[in-house]
Design a binder for this molecule. Sequence first.
Ligand SMILES: [Ca+2]
Ligand SMILES: [Ca+2]
Ligand SMILES: [Ca+2]
Length: 345
Amino acid sequence: MRGAAPPFLLVHGTADTNVAPNQSEKFAAALEEASTSVDLVLLPGVNHSTSVTDVRVFEAMESFLVGLEGTSRSIGSGEGLIAYNSERDGNTDIYVMNTDGTQQRQLTDDPAYDAWPSWSPDGAQIAFVSDRAGNPDIYVMDADGGNVRQLTQHSENDIWPAWSPDGTRIAFPSRRDGNFEIYVMEVDGSSLERLTNTSSAEDFPTWSLDGSLILFSRIGEDQGTYVINPDGSGERQLLDFPVLEPAWSPDGLRIAFGSDHEGFRGIYIMNANGENLQRLSSTHYGENCPDWSPDGAQITFASWRDGNGEIYIMDADGGNLQQLTEDEFEDEFPAWQPGPALPNQ
Ligand SMILES: [Ca+2]
Ligand SMILES: [Ca+2]
Ligand SMILES: [Ca+2]
């Protein structure tokens, strides 16, 4: 027991640490006898994705926990918000909605291009790109759209902000030194550091769970997907093609990304070491910008399967597709609000 907080019941999605339903039932019955509430956390294991077995275990435990006092938390069941950008008001602005597509509401309202939302790890702030000062710069606002601050001010493009997992820094590509390089700054815009220095275009940074690595793409000479330490050392190649809009999974084990390396824009996932590449997209209409639900069980993304960009969610194995937006305008670049931290994080 951890003070007043309910204990977590971890369900590992691996064959070697699988929890049999009868064991889960015994554990749940023991908790019920003690009038103890419990939080359920479904945690996909190393090198394994969630399987049918895991879902059965999860459902078995959930059914036994119904009626227990207190709350059981089923992460991935629609909690949190999804931020995205849309052209529905005549220019591109940032919106948020519930994860079932309800309560779509506008956060920015500026004639400029306001796009590419990126949540702070605590889900309280959103970094984004706006050209309201004349060219693309990085901004931050509170999750309700208030308290907008401009973090970068440069006549060259600063784009694609990505928060460090501890919330203290933001990585972003900038063309301020002649071509795109990856930079890191403090969240107040100070202490700017350049991590790459090439004639190619570096783009799309995303941080590992522990903040020890930044993954990015390189287009041009030495094209590919790389990881680098946040101090600019230790660069190494993971893939021989550049990924688009990558997102590191909340458990740190996988990376979702868009790619056109098979001739169309699709959504893919791979292990964090670059192995076990899998395509999730089942259409060739164009899909991009995946982002993970807080429990890693679902992925939100944009798809052009109905003729213009719409936001969808699906399970992390590509199943259970659900459409969240439906209008004639471009809705894209979804970002899933981070949830409560998993135990041991
Ligand atoms: Ca706008
Ligand atoms: Ca460069
Ligand atoms: Ca649309």
